[in-house]
Design a protein around this ligand. Sequence first.
Ligand SMILES: [Mg+2]
Length: 231
Amino acid sequence: MLKGVKVLAFDADDTLWSNEPLFREAERKVAEALSAFGDFDYISDELYKVEFKNMEDYGFGAKAYTLSMIENAVNLSGGKLTGEQIMLIIESGRNILHNPATPLPGVEETLEALQKDGRYRLALLTKGELHDQERKIKRSGLGKYFSHIDIVSKKTQDEYVTLCAEMGIEPSELLMVGNSFKSDIEPVLQLGGWGIHIPAEMLWKLEHTEEYDHKKLFKVKTFKEIIDILL
Ligand SMILES: [Mg+2]
């Protein structure tokens, strides 16, 4: 069924370790501190608009998110935000950068089994801020399982074409494992590659997209199930 697959590429955030819940926790904490200016849903909707507007300039990640939270709070308070409130937002954002990146259940054993089996080369392709992603990879202790690690600012078809070129394979020889249909799965299917989708408990609004079935796509609930497909 997986005829010709040579490289398994893995997403990191919310695939190998949990990440999105830390963003949601920061959002909740900041909304609580700003409750004088609106309820959670209102503050959250306004924040999303600011994030969307800033995307082109800031890209993805915790630092971009912190700046957007500050901008949103300044707007909502009519410019009356206090230094104390700004510090609370900064510290809430900093907490996201302290993600311990503890591997999710089954991740380490599965990567070890795949490496030991040896029939595929393993790559890591993660989107975000270079410094933050590098530190999470280090903290996770998972770097040793990958023969190739790429940190990119977005995941479109171009980034996957580059990954394939760097690893000397055709896109049809690539299988991508990840939690985001939009970033991890769809661009690879469109190039003729394979996908294993492992939806996470929480998905960032900007990653929402229509999902569909495909003959080169598998969907599983837990990380260790990928072994049944791959070995
Ligand atoms: Mg992810």
